[in-house]
Design a protein around this ligand. Structure first.
Ligand SMILES: C[S@@+](CC[C@H](N)C(=O)[O-])C[C@H]1O[C@@H](n2cnc3c(N)ncnc32)[C@H](O)[C@@H]1O
Length: 341
């Protein structure tokens, strides 16, 4: 540590390890199967080099500030959150993307570790960036190359957490960042995390909330659709069809906001569809997939919760909140939770 109390990180010459549990071919096969069923789940938007570029571009777009605002909220409340993280905990982040938030987090955790053990000069921490896109895992590993922590990247699905967890050293801080939590059925993801965390592990996630300005349904709709139906987000959603040879005029992208029932009452959820306007054959790997004019492809969704709805789901699924922060405009939240004993 230098005299100003800041940690200077030098170049660390450890070789980064990467485990590939899901290959590019696996993902391409899933794309074929999904299109045959007229489905296009959101994870397929992030596939390959095009998926990497598109997400990084969308994340920078003025009209789509979701993940950026969550990063600002994390930076603002970093010290308070880090106080709750025991020294030596491993950091696991699923859906890591470019790993920017994890770099911020790790820097703070390394600083805390060194401050608590100044004599050793060593940090006993491990970092596991996980994503279905191998390129994101590479970017995330590179981003922390000079931090003195052990790193092991994993290419795999959060749904395979029971197998992923064989790779990490306990206890863990399990992160799902960038509003990714809202891309899942709430009880599905919370039960999945609950079943696979051990006592002593922590769960950290963020969410872009339902706008509260004007409680009228119309005003909520306008605000959410303004972000999600922007040209930049539409292009991001159209990418797999464009990548495999369709032209923008061959299909329409539609995004609606639905009010759906749930265990805790009505919640808002986006509903996305692609309407095929022209008979087309897509060549994907060794397969050819035929789409017909009039076909409708159902896509993934994003839930827009109020803060109270998220806390209600956490309670139902057996989590206790340790610390939570909301942005001043109440549009974003970050939550640190643990399993109830
Ligand atoms: C909305 S981006 C968020 C990226 C990053 N966490 C951030 O805050 O900017 C979602 C990320 O999750 C990854 N992803 C999507 N579905 C996944 C799954 N089922 N398992 C693991 N990663 C997934 C995507 O490849 C992408 O990197």
């Amino acid at each position: 540590m230098n005299s100003t109390g800041r940690v200077e990180f030098g170049q660390v010459s450890e070789n980064n390890e990467k485990i590939v549990m899901t290959s590019k071919e696996d993902i391409e096969k899933r794309l074929c199967q999904c299109l045959k069923n007229h489905e296009l789940p959101d994870y397929l938007l992030y596939m390959g080099t095009g998926g990497t570029k598109n997400w990084l571009k969308l994340d920078e777009a003025k009209t789509f500030p979701v993940a950026r605002q969550l990063k600002v909220l994390l930076e603002k409340n970093l010290d308070s959150i880090v106080r709750f993280i025991p020294t030596g905990m491993s950091l696991v982040s699923v859906g890591v993307g470019n790993g920017e938030k994890e770099r911020i987090f790790l820097e703070a955790l390394v600083r805390k570790n060194l401050a608590e053990n100044p004599s050793s000069g060593k940090v006993s921490m491990r970092y596991y960036p996980i994503d279905i896109n191998s390129e994101f895992v590479d970017i995330a590993l590179e981003k922390v190359d000079n931090l003195p922590v052990e790193k092991k990247g994993i290419v795999g699905f959060i749904e395979d957490i029971a197998i992923l967890k064989e790779n990490w050293r306990l206890p863990i801080l399990f992160c799902v960042l960038g509003n990714t939590f809202c891309n899942y059925e709430p009880e599905f993801i919370l039960q999945l995390v609950h079943e696979n965390l051990e006592q002593g592990d922590l769960f950290f996630f963020d969410a872009n909330l339902l706008p509260t300005e004007g409680t009228e349904g119309q005003s909520v709709r306008r605000s959410v659709l303004g972000t999600y139906a922007s040209r930049e987000n539409a292009l991001f959603n159209m990418y797999p069809l464009l990548e495999y040879g369709m032209a923008p005029e061959d299909f329409d992208f539609e995004l609606l906001l639905a009010h759906v029932n749930s265990k805790i009452g009505g919640v808002y959820r986006t509903r996305k569809s692609l309407y095929i306007l022209k008979d087309t054959e897509l060549k994907i790997g060794t397969e050819t997939i035929g789409l017909r004019e009039g076909d409708i492809i159902r896509m993934g969704f994003t839930y827009k919760y109020t803060y109270d709805q998220i806390t209600a789901f956490l309670e139902i699924c057996g989590f206790e909140i340790l610390k939570a922060f909301r942005s001043e405009d109440q549009a974003n939240a970050i939550i640190l939770a643990k399993k109830c004993i």
